[in-house]
Design a protein around this ligand. Structure first.
Ligand SMILES: C[S@@+](CC[C@H](N)C(=O)[O-])C[C@H]1O[C@@H](n2cnc3c(N)ncnc32)[C@H](O)[C@@H]1O
Length: 206
């Protein structure tokens, strides 16, 4: 249990994996995975964040919250944490598990408004669980445009994937520095891209 989570009775409640699987069956690529990330992925994706100097972290597409849990555990009180998820059932679950956390039910294309409403100018790390490669170009570029403009100079955009390495080229088109990390201890094997230094000319916003 994290400092921001609470022990809730799970009796009679659909387990996270089953809620997730049901959503996957109904919404397919919009959910993109049939199981939530393992704690190994969750720990790996935030590893090496310098929490002492971190003022803001934004999680996009939190699902049932395996990564949220780790972020909330590690983030100091001085770090703003914004958790965004579009699905209302996932948001209910997140609010139940993390009652004090800033859980926003919204589409990720609205991320700029969400940041403005909170007076957040810069974000140190975006942790992205969105199935970005399957988004149409326009919303994908709209989200990345906000990431580009709002990310701190030393910030990162960390993108989860269940297709290890396949989208390396795609992220290299958007960022000068891209590193892929493979996480074997997940079912199915997963990984994430750590992206830095946006290529501002790479987006087509028209
Ligand atoms: C692959 S799941 C990742 C969930 C979680 N981060 C994890 O690692 O288990 C993708 C999540 O992104 C959410 N999502 C998809 N499109 C979205 C959008 N346009 N705006 C906000 N959330 C979205 C889905 O509802 C789903 O919870």
């Amino acid at each position: 249990m994290t400092k921001n989570s609470r022990k809730v009775s799970t009796r009679g409640r659909t387990p996270d994996w089953l809620l997730f699987f049901g959503k996957f069956l109904r919404h397919g690529v919009a959910i993109s995975s049939f199981v939530p990330s393992s704690t190994f992925v969750a720990r790996a994706v935030v590893r090496n964040i310098d929490w002492n100097n971190c003022r803001c972290v934004v999680e996009l597409g939190a699902g049932t919250g395996p990564i949220t849990e780790v972020i909330l555990k590690l983030a100091p009180p001085t770090c703003k944490v914004v958790i965004l998820e579009r699905d209302p059932d996932f948001c209910d679950r997140l609010r139940e598990r993390f009652p004090g956390a800033d859980i926003v039910q919204a589409d990720a294309v609205e991320i700029e408004r969400v940041l403005d409403e909170r007076g957040i100018d810069k974000v140190d790390h975006f942790i992205c669980g969105l199935p970005l490669p399957s988004f149409p170009r326009k919303p994908a570029h709209k989200i990345l445009d906000v990431v580009f403009r709002r990310m701190t100079e030393t910030g990162t955009f960390r993108q989860l994937t269940h297709m290890p390495y396949v989208y390396y080229g795609m992220y290299r088109r958007y960022f000068d520095k891209v590193r892929f990390s493979f996480v074997l201890r997940n079912f199915p094997p997963a990984g994430f891209y750590t992206c830095q230094v946006p290529r501002h000319g790479s987006l087509n916003l028209s």
